[in-house]
Design a protein around this ligand. Structure first.
Ligand code: CA
Length: 220
């Protein structure tokens, strides 16, 4: 999934980006509230990690503007403020969850999975599509009960397509969701990853919609 991290603490921001990328997410990182609002207006994210104490516009301001614009993206607030009043205010403004710093990285990752699952209407961590099973927490993929070895990017791409089964995703949308802004992306990387997935799973799984992008059919 594609995650926006809004955090002005450089050490923490770098740590979050590294941890999230390691588990295959596309991560974009911004350090102030005004840039965050601009990015959220122009790009589509699956989840936002939002610090409250930010330069230019604080996290409350970002939440207010975000929800006022009708954007329903799940937001997990990260903050050093541990007063009950701050938590209540953040949640009242439309945050979906709350974690007080310093937090345990594994707890953060588990909460991210839970929020994403809820947003996708899933009840289990394992994503099922026909005889395909994807477990993002364990980074496991099986097809017809057989383990399929998928590198990080192929796993992220497959997950993105399966979670959007029945919808055509434009090439740009897929690139944004799987690779984010700052990856040095070879121009044919996406096509290569699609090719590998078809070979490792089955050719008809991913359809190319000529001139538009890719899709997998609605769940069988
Ligand atoms: Ca801060």
């Amino acid at each position: 999934m594609r995650i926006l991290v809004v955090e002005d603490d450089v050490l923490l921001g770098e740590g979050l980006v590294t941890a999230l990328k390691r588990q295959g997410d596309a991560v974009d990182w911004l350090q102030d509230g005004v840039s965050a609002i601009a990015a959220l207006r122009s790009e589509e994210f699956d989840l936002v990690l939002l610090d409250l104490g930010l330069p230019r516009l604080d996290g409350y301001g970002v939440m207010t503007a975000l929800r006022a614009s009708g954007n329903r993206v799940p937001v997990l607030v990260l903050t050093a403020r541990d007063q009950v009043g701050d938590r209540v205010r953040g949640l009242d403004l439309g945050a979906d969850d709350y974690l007080v710093k310093p937090f345990d990285l594994n707890e953060l990752l588990a909460r991210i999975r839970a929020l994403h699952r809820r947003a996708q209407g899933q009840t289990s961590n394992v994503i099922a599509y026909g005889e395909l099973r994807l477990d993002p927490a364990a980074h496991l993929c099986t097809y017809k009960g057989r383990m399929i070895d998928l590198p990080r990017r192929e796993f992220a791409l497959l997950r993105c397509l399966v979670e959007n089964a029945g919808r055509v995703l434009t090439r740009d949308a897929v690139v944004q969701k799987v690779y984010g802004w700052d990856e040095t992306l070879e121009s044919n990387a996406l096509e290569v990853h699609v090719h590998h997935l078809r070979k490792k799973l089955y050719p008809e799984l991913i359809r190319t919609i000529r001139g538009v992008g890719y899709m997998v059919e609605a769940a069988p």
